[in-house]
Design a protein around this ligand. Structure first.
Ligand code: MG
Length: 160
């Protein structure tokens, strides 16, 4: 088993819709980013890459590369999963925490789990998405942006 963690944060702004874990969440602001700003998937990609000892998302998909401008982060996740598969690695489980003062994420959690379970080739029971606030403290508490923390466990081989 190989464990990995990933952390990311993005600031509200720009004119994109808010997309978290591949799910469009109705809100008056999206997140600023070179890609689609899916902070949840970015943290998850870093956790996967970290577990496999493959560096970080910025190394694989630099934000100076026009190829990644506005890209759907699920495409990046798909590429990360492909490089894990090449190394004989599969996801055993994933646990993700989103930190946002607003919008309320609870109504969207089960849709996020479905997306991630599909992209991670993992049963939904082993994909966890949680949401919390920081009680109005810090940058998330002031509503400046959203942060995401991910932990994953990889195993060798594709069988459960
Ligand atoms: Mg990011």
């Amino acid at each position: 088993m190989l464990i990995g963690q990933g952390i990311d944060a993005h600031r509200f702004g720009g004119d994109r819709p808010l997309v978290l874990a591949g799910v469009q969440v109705p809100h008056d602001q999206g997140l600023e980013a070179h890609s689609d700003g899916d902070v949840a998937i970015h943290a998850l990609c870093d956790a996967l890459l970290g577990a496999a000892g493959l560096g970080d998302i910025g190394h694989h998909f630099p934000d100076t590369d026009a190829a990644y401008a506005g890209i759907d982060s699920r495409i990046l996740l798909g590429r990360v999963m492909a490089s894990l598969a090449e190394r004989g690695l599969a996801v055993h489980n994933a646990d993700l925490t989103l930190v946002a003062q607003r919008p309320k994420l609870a109504p969207h959690i089960s849709a996020m789990v479905q997306v991630l379970a599909s992209d991670l080739n993992c049963p939904a029971e082993r994909v966890s998405v949680k949401a919390t606030t920081m009680e109005r403290m810090g940058f998330t508490g002031r509503g400046e942006g959203i942060a995401a923390f991910a932990v994953v466990l990889l195993r060798e081989g594709s069988e459960d």
